[in-house]
Ligand binder design. Structure first.
Ligand SMILES: NC(=O)c1ccc[n+]([C@@H]2O[C@H](COP(=O)([O-])OP(=O)(O)OC[C@H]3O[C@@H](n4cnc5c(N)ncnc54)[C@H](OP(=O)(O)O)[C@@H]3O)[C@@H](O)[C@H]2O)c1
Length: 351
């Protein structure tokens, strides 16, 4: 099988770097083009402020970064790690020019004809691509992955949503600094501190969760009908978002059934054996003090692609439960989820 060529938009950023590093030895995809704004025209190896312990992939060191314009890009597929404001304007131009765009940005996630997908949770939503192409007259398309905290939350909620009638979810996040990109939160604001506010994060978690767990009916997603309240905090960890979850259901909750549902959960990517799919999307831990950010963020057979769930316990009555989850924000929460989505699109013939 010929490898597909990939253009990474926003290649110097936190997510762009993670995409480049995860694609370094990818069996299906090969990075052919890197784009940026201030870095355009310079050699990637010189201009990138590389933040990962593995070095800049050898094949990318001497690539010249291109301006983010469709006419400067030759690729079978575009992975976008642009800031939302830039993505709003740039991604449709690429889709119009015939590129399949898989985006990490929030700009188009909630548009009715744009799939918002975590491949294990709602792979069937990729079918929205059909209506998008027809409606907009595009040869290409935009498919998106959710906000980093939302991806981790919906992975843990999916088997529970299948098992129970969820009424209410209340989630509090403790989000790492890498979630804010580079340079992100000033060190004087975050060291020795917790900041109880992340702009627009709570709204994203609340809205995106219901779209992802919604049902595809014809060419529309009927959103899930439970309510979600989120409180998002920035904490001084580097990578990994920890989330405490309180869930209320219509019926009585059997914790043993919940344990089994979480442990046994597999999705289409596992069935298809996609290269970036971890064997277990959810890892359930029984220790009283896990998951922990530093210990569990790289968990799983594909490091950083599994969400770790722990501290599963009853809520305030027999119809509720509580747990803690942890997921790597730039791997499962961004680059890895986008790559997995691109793999799914390829496996199903959309690319
Ligand atoms: N960090 C996370 O954990 C995370 C998780 C999920 C989703 N996301 C989303 O992923 C996207 C990227 O986040 P990030 O954290 O990687 O941000 P970042 O570190 O700030 O990187 C931004 C990248 O976008 C490029 N860029 C900025 N403005 C541009 C423009 N007008 N035209 C073309 N390129 C432009 C920059 O290129 P130059 O260096 O060349 O200027 C840089 O490569 C955002 O939409 C973010 O919300 C991030």
């Amino acid at each position: 099988m010929r490898k597909l060529s990939v253009a990474v938009m926003g290649a110097t950023g936190v997510v762009g770097q993670r995409i480049c590093s995860m694609l370094a030895d990818h069996p299906w995809f090969e990075v052919s083009t890197l784009t940026g704004r201030t870095s355009a025209g310079k050699r990637y190896g010189e201009v990138v402020n590389w933040l990962l312990p593995t070095g800049v992939p050898e094949s990318l060191v001497n690539i010249r970064v291109e301006p983010t314009e469709p006419e400067r890009v030759e690729a079978d597929l575009v992975l976008s790690a642009l800031p939302s404001a830039a993505a709003r304007e740039i991604e449709p131009r690429f889709a119009e020019e015939g590129f399949p765009v898989v985006s990490n940005a929030s700009a188009h996630r909630m548009e009715a004809d744009v799939p918002l997908v975590v491949p294990e949770v709602n792979p069937e939503h990729v079918e929205l691509v059909e209506a998008q192409r027809r409606g907009r007259g595009w040869e290409g398309f935009i498919a998106t992955d959710p906000n980093c905290s939302t991806i981790n939350l919906v992975l843990a909620l999916k088997p529970l949503h299948d098992l129970l009638t969820i009424k209410k979810v209340i989630v509090t996040t403790m989000q790492a600094v890498s979630g804010a990109g580079y340079p992100g939160v000033p060190s004087l604001s975050i060291i020795d501190n917790v900041i109880p506010y992340i702009e627009r994060e709570e709204e994203k978690m609340q809205r995106e969760t219901l779209k992802i767990l919604g049902r595809l009916e014809g060419e529309k997603v009927k959103e899930a009908s439970f309510s979600v309240a989120a409180s998002c905090n920035r904490v001084p960890t580097l990578d990994g978002h920890l989330e405490t979850v309180y869930l209320e259901a219509e019926e009585e909750v059997d914790l043993e059934e919940v344990r089994e549902a979480l442990r046994g959960f597999r999705g289409l990517p596992q069935e298809l054996g996609l290269p970036t799919a971890p064997e277990n999307p959810i890892i359930l831990r029984e220790e009283r003090d896990r998951p922990q950010t530093r210990l569990d963020r790289m968990a799983g057979s594909v490091p950083g692609m599994s969400v770790t769930v722990g501290r599963l316990r009853p809520g305030i009555d027999e119809r509720s439960l509580q747990f803690v989850l942890l997921g790597h924000n730039t791997i499962r929460g961004a680059a890895g989820c986008a790559i997995l989505l691109a793999e799914l699109l390829r496996a199903q013939g959309w690319i």
